[in-house]
Design a protein around this ligand. Structure first.
Ligand code: PLP
Length: 422
């Protein structure tokens, strides 16, 4: 299987080349040149999540140097549960927050780290991973790469925009992980990463690679839980589910569209966003306009120019097709707060602010339909928002507790990427 650039001006590469390069040389994002079909997937015979992951991903690794490592990579990466939790009737929540940093990004980050470590071991290289984070990416990447051989990680986070516990997870690792507090927005952080990659001298000297959701090695493994949950849902309820996905950079939802393209039993995919309305506004107007990001309670979704839109445009090139496949709804901060309160009062279930956007969209638009709301983070990561609303403390999962008690350190810098390479 080969992967091609969304901008079509770069050579096709294998999966491990795409993983090491991050961005294609023409500035585009890698996408599979074709999608395998799940029609022959032996769903009934698969007994574990890592095994399913191996079956779903192996066509993408065919002919690659990692092909024979794939089964082991899946076992390494997906070593935590993925529960589909029934809420009421045909309404369910897919909890993707049982990994080490309690957010869905652990799936992609752990798969990527395991893959990269194996690739560079074979190629006798060194790597520097640059990652910009609006909250959860950095923590997941730092955790996944901590103490991996011959890999250094630089994590950039926007000053004052991440929660205390999120910041702790970015800055507690030491050794091969360096955190930078950037005096700017998440979009500034993302631009610094892009600028660094455009600097050929820096890229070569430091062996730069990315771990953002633009990296194929994060996106591909995320499609596995959509395959998994949709088959599980269909078995349990006899229907195809509608997925409602809290979205920012659209990596998570793009992975869902890839699962749909491969033939997963999915009725429809819905994006919930916060006050960053770039996508719903595009679907209404038909003109895509990137924006500056605005700060919200669901800060890991504070994105004004979602980087993975380029992959969605690649899948659905014109506005009619896009509208036929994609719906998006925006939820403001006040409504996020109300939803957390309302759901807790009615069911006792505690939502994080991101997941609350999804639950709101379900309640307002898909109330009696077969739905899976994708829960992207554990509420204990956002206790400062959640606890005053529900009037009680959120129990901290064991994994997270461990990280919160480690010492932390970071460097403060401005918006010039060259400060990262002194
Ligand atoms: C990253 C993140 C999102 C947004 O995911 P994208 O792939 O960027 O769309 C939503 N919720 C949480 C908790 C996140 O960490």
């Amino acid at each position: 299987m080969k992967f091609v650039s969304t901008r079509k001006k770069a050579p096709a590469v294998s999966v491990s080349q795409a993983i090491i390069q991050g961005l294609a040389v023409d500035g585009g994002l890698y996408v599979p040149e074709s999608f395998p079909s799940l029609a022959t997937l032996p769903v009934g015979e698969i007994s574990s999540y890592p095994e399913l992951a191996y079956e779903v991903l192996s066509p993408f690794f065919e002919g690659d140097i990692l092909a024979e490592d794939l089964a082991q990579i899946c076992v390494d990466a997906f070593n935590f549960p993925v529960p589909l939790v029934p809420i009421q009737g045909e309404q369910t929540v897919l909890e993707l927050f049982h990994g080490p940093t309690a957010a869905f990004k652990d799936f992609g980050a752990r798969f990527l780290a395991s893959s990269m470590e194996r690739i560079i071991e074979r190629q006798k290289q060194k790597l520097t991973i640059l990652v910009a984070t609006s909250g959860d990416t950095g923590g997941a990447v730092a955790a996944a790469f901590a103490n991996r051989r011959n890999i250094e990680v630089k994590v950039l986070f926007p000053k004052g925009r991440v929660s205390k516990r999120q910041q702790q997870q970015l800055t507690c690792w030491g050794n091969n992980i360096q955190a930078y507090e950037v005096d700017g927005s998440f979009d500034d952080c993302q631009k610094m990463v892009k600028d660094a990659f455009m600097d050929q001298a820096v890229t070569r000297e430091w062996g730069l690679s990315s771990a953002n959701s633009i990296n194929l090695g994060r996106l591909l493994p995320q499609s596995v839980y959509y395959v998994y949950a949709s088959y599980l849902y269909q078995q349990a309820y006899g229907k195809k589910p509608i997925f409602i996905i809290p979205s920012g950079n659209v990596g998570n939802s793009c992975a869902a569209y890839w699962a749909l393209t491969m033939g997963s039993p999915i009725e429809r995919i819905i994006l919930s966003v916060n006050k960053n309305r770039t996508i719903p506004d595009y679907l209404i107007s038909g003109t895509y306009e990137k924006r500056d990001s605005v700060a919200t309670l669901a800060n890991a979704m504070d994105v004004g120019n979602p980087s993975n839109m380029e992959r969605l445009f690649n899948l659905y090139p014109d506005i009619q097709t896009m509208r036929s496949m994609v719906s998006a709804y925006s939820v403001d901060d006040r409504t996020i707060e109300q939803t957390i309160k309302e759901v807790y009062a009615q069911t006792g279930y505690i939502l994080c602010p991101h997941t609350a956007t999804g639950e709101r969209v379900r309640r307002d638009h898909f109330a009696d339909q077969p739905t899976i709301v994708v829960s992207t983070a554990h509420p204990a990561k956002f206790e400062q928002v959640v606890e005053p609303l529900i009037g009680t403390s959120v129990e901290v999962p064991e994994n997270l507790e461990k990280l919160l008690n480690m010492p932390s350190s970071f460097k403060q810098i401005g918006c010039d990427y060259r400060q990262l390479f002194v």
